[in-house]
Write a protein that binds this ligand. Structure first.
Ligand code: F6P
Length: 360
């Protein structure tokens, strides 16, 4: 009999509950006990936040967005902001306490469902002796090795639906619509939704852009009697020459990611082309709602594969999708950076072939 704990960390992504569902069912089928740690490592810091999970507790949750466990706020348990009696905030290393409670609870393994930040933390705990299995989560699809992270397909579908709707209003008013989508370090959502949603221009962090090139695409449209244009911008896109255009970043504010590059691109287009231009930020809409069938299935496969790794006593690993199959990779191989869009990929070539401009 094994005793497994599961937690969800970082920004939520549609499919988190489906992973939890699969973990609970796969463990129960083996006669094991499963616990959920609330708010990331919350259950390791306060035992009351550790909840026993049974199939009854997870009934139907595979179809619901968000996470029944809640997610950790940003920040690491290795440097947790704690207010002292004088009201000052200090960064305290809680890792020893977490390890102590992990051992005291008698867990055999901790399944961490998370993105880059959560998996880096998991890797550090793995080095301290915690048995850890990672499950790759992020709507941004930018984790190395795995071909897909769950949540991405749902986010792309939300963004594509938004683009479909924007075409008719842009056309009615002969406007340029600039749509900012998520993707702080990579342009996966912008690329996939932009191609599928009929964008004229896609701006991604991997390709620094030149506004003259963007404006000449809009002028070309005018010449072809197409008097409206759709521009999709990933929030991490930047102009050639490295201008800082995400206002949040400029101010050093990690919490301000909205209203940045899209708004700036729209105002520049308006000034340079004199076209009536509007911008909108899809923001957290992309993280909400039910997972698509693809994401549900992927999340359920990841959850079940994670439990198989626990059974085989394979720790310090992350489950991954490679060549459409479930595999495992050492955590140390995935905490090395972000997976960027391959500029020679078929998606980029397709986009160029059908006339989409990347501003380069
Ligand atoms: O999950 C990653 C992400 O979607 C980024 O693209 C975005 O910058 C970030 O989350 C925003 O998250 P939050 O507002 O929760 O900090």
């Amino acid at each position: 009999m094994k005793k497994v704990v599961v937690s969800t960390g970082g920004g939520d992504a549609p499919g988190l509950n489906a992973v939890i569902y699969a973990v609970v069912h796969a463990c129960y089928r083996r006669g094991w006990e499963v616990y959920g740690s609330r708010s990331g490592y919350g259950g390791f810091l306060d035992i009351d936040e550790m909840i026993r999970l049974t199939p009854r507790d997870v009934e139907g949750i595979y179809a619901i967005g968000g996470t029944i466990l809640g997610s950790s706020s940003k920040g690491s348990p290795f440097a947790k902001p704690i207010q002292n009696l004088a009201g000052e905030v200090q960064l305290v290393d809680m890792s020893e306490k977490i390890m102590k409670n992990y051992r005291r609870m008698g867990f055999d393994c901790h399944i961490v469902i998370g993105g880059d930040g959560s998996l880096q933390i998991a890797q550090r705990f793995s080095q301290m002796g915690m048995h850890v299995i990672g499950v790759p989560k992020t709507i941004d699809n930018d984790l190395p090795v795995t071909e897909r992270t769950f949540g991405f397909d749902t986010a792309v579908s939300t963004a594509t639906n938004a683009l479909d709707k924007l075409h008719s209003t842009a056309k009615s008013h002969d406007r340029v619509m600039v749509v900012e989508v998520m993707g702080r370090d990579s342009g996966w959502i912008a690329l996939y939704s932009g191609i599928s949603g009929g964008a004229d221009v896609i701006l991604i962090p991997e390709i620094p852009f030149d506004l003259d090139s963007v404006c000449s695409k809009i002028a070309d449209n005018e010449l072809r009697e197409k008097h409206y244009s759709i521009v999709v911008v990933a929030e991490g896109a930047a102009a050639k020459g490295g201008e800082v255009i995400n206002k949040g970043r400029e101010l050093g504010r990690e919490d301000v990611v909205l209203g940045g590059v899209g708004e700036w691109v729209a105002s520049e287009i308006r000034e340079r082309t004199e076209k009536d231009t509007r911008s909108l930020v899809l923001g957290h809409l992309q993280r909400g709602g039910s997972p698509t069938t693809f994401d549900r299935l992927l999340a359920l496969r990841f959850g079940a594969a994670a439990v198989r790794l626990v059974e085989e006593d394979m720790h310090g690993q992350m489950v991954a999708l490679v060549s459409s199959r479930m595999v495992s990779v050492p955590l140390e191989d995935v905490v090395t950076g972000r997976k960027k869009v391959d500029l020679n990929s078929d998606k980029i070539i397709t986009a160029r072939d059908i006339g989409i401009c990347f501003g380069d």
